[in-house]
Design a protein around this ligand. Sequence first.
Ligand code: SF4
Ligand code: SF4
Length: 152
Amino acid sequence: MSKQPLIVQNNEDKKVCNNCTDCCCENIPGAWSPYQLTLLEISKLIERKEAIFWHVYEKWYILRPVNFATENYDSIFTKDYPRGKCCFLLLKGCRLSFENRPLECQGVIPTIGNSCKSSPGTTLEDIGKMWNLYKIRIRKLAKIFDDDHYAL
Ligand code: SF4
Ligand code: SF4
């Protein structure tokens, strides 16, 4: 695993999340930062159809879990907004350990009343900017998967 400059302490609060009526994991999967996964680890996630690069607002390519209910792409890239349940969500919650969850997921602070906020440095924009520094890696993955949808 690459060096992750931002470590988020485990802030899970199952009591708050179990009573949430607008669960983030059921609506939009969070984004991994490029520091969390090696090229090989990303390749495996993509092979298992558990992750995809999302071309967010035509600005950044970020890696996020797929939404199993509606997403089944041939490409490793998509522009689609991932509205729906994250593929890692089980009845009891996320099946990934806190340490292995996407940085954006780790950064959300569970708060009563559907008013959860992200901790500093963990928003989609923050993570999109991180991925902009890792375009070479994205190009490598496009080559590995013989996918020419990557435009940069
Ligand atoms: S982190 Fe916030 S939005 Fe997500 S399930 Fe928990 S309380 Fe709900
Ligand atoms: S990876 Fe886990 S914490 Fe993140 S959206 Fe999916 S189920 Fe939720």
